[in-house]
Design a protein around this ligand. Structure first.
Ligand SMILES: C[S@@+](CC[C@H](N)C(=O)[O-])C[C@H]1O[C@@H](n2cnc3c(N)ncnc32)[C@H](O)[C@@H]1O
Length: 284
């Protein structure tokens, strides 16, 4: 039975529990996947693209390997995370490495028998030289978006490996939830609204999962599938690179959903990261 049908028969308490359980499972699975990326120095590879940029807005901290890497490398970070379990794990990871980060918890679940939403309180934190980890959602959290607009613009936005927990299916009302559709919608929105928080000449760095191209033609096709969402009158492409992924799909990790344009059996493709570095050339 699908999750949508299951919640129709449940009490609000049971729905709350099932949502929290799913959020926690996702944070554990992502913890396993990202520990492998961290061991393989993938976060060092990602960070190098924004090395020259001081003030960074991170979309999705996950369990904190990416946030910690950015802070360790001397960036000043504001990180937005939607999943409260991921938020807590990030806070613990950064704090136990003896770096300072302020955690802002703002969400409360609002459930009914067909969907759920999260009600967020106002963000009132001041931003000076402090790193901030904020519970929030860059899609539908208007309080957060208003607060972001009130700040001095960032030097870079990083959107590394964005994805969400499968329970999002009932949050956003998808018929048939697919990570690829979710990610494309999220990135499209962020790029469209980027003048609200990204400075002129600022970098927008996207890292996604894909498969390793085996020919120049396949490479072009993969790059173009991402560039479709970029308004090239507002951004210039500075760099695009592929890096083979160690780990990929494994039991206990987050399921990898990638667009396979190779025509090969999914079991035979080599997983990879695609890094796309954009520079903001026009602000609205
Ligand atoms: C796969 S993890 C990647 C985390 C981190 N960037 C990294 O590279 O390790 C993606 C994170 O983005 C968060 N996320 C997804 N959609 C979001 C949204 N709309 N607003 C804020 N965070 C979101 C998820 O909860 C998840 O923790």
């Amino acid at each position: 039975m699908s999750i949508k049908d299951r919640i129709k028969e449940m009490t609000p308490n049971q729905i709350n529990k099932i949502i929290l359980d799913n959020l926690e499972i996702y944070s554990n699975e992502w913890g396993n996947s990202s520990a492998i990326h961290n061991k393989n120095n993938d976060y060092s590879f990602f960070e190098r693209f924004v090395r020259t940029k001081k003030r960074i807005l991170e979309i999705g901290s996950g369990v904190g390997f990416s946030t910690l890497k950015l802070i360790q490398m001397g960036h000043h970070v504001v990180s937005i995370e939607d999943n409260p379990f991921c938020l807590e794990k990030t806070f613990e990871k950064v704090s136990s490495a003896s770096y300072k980060i302020e955690k802002v918890v703002r969400g409360s679940l609002n459930v009914n028998n067909t969907s759920y939403s999260v009600i967020y309180s106002k963000v009132q934190n001041e931003l000076k030289d402090n790193n901030l980890l904020i519970e929030g959602n860059v899609i539908d959290d208007n309080e957060l978006l208003e607060w972001l607009r009130s700040l001095e613009k960032f030097d870079a936005v990083v959107c590394w490996l964005i994805a969400t927990h499968p329970i999002s299916e009932i949050r956003y009302g998808y018929q048939d939830f697919q990570q690829n559709i979710y990610k494309t919608e999220l990135l499209t929105k962020l790029l469209k609204d980027s003048s609200d928080y990204l400075d002129l000449n600022g970098y927008f760095h996207i890292v996604e999962r894909t498969h390793y191209p085996r020919s120049e033609e396949e490479k072009e096709l993969l790059i173009n599938s991402y560039l479709k969402i970029v308004d090239l009158s507002k951004f210039e492409i500075l760099d695009c690179e592929f890096r083979k992924m160690v780990g990929g799909d494994f039991q206990g990790g987050v399921r990898l959903e990638i667009t396979n344009i190779s025509g090969n059996d999914p079991g035979k493709i080599e997983h990879a990261f695609i890094s796309l570095l954009l520079r903001k050339v026009i602000t609205d």
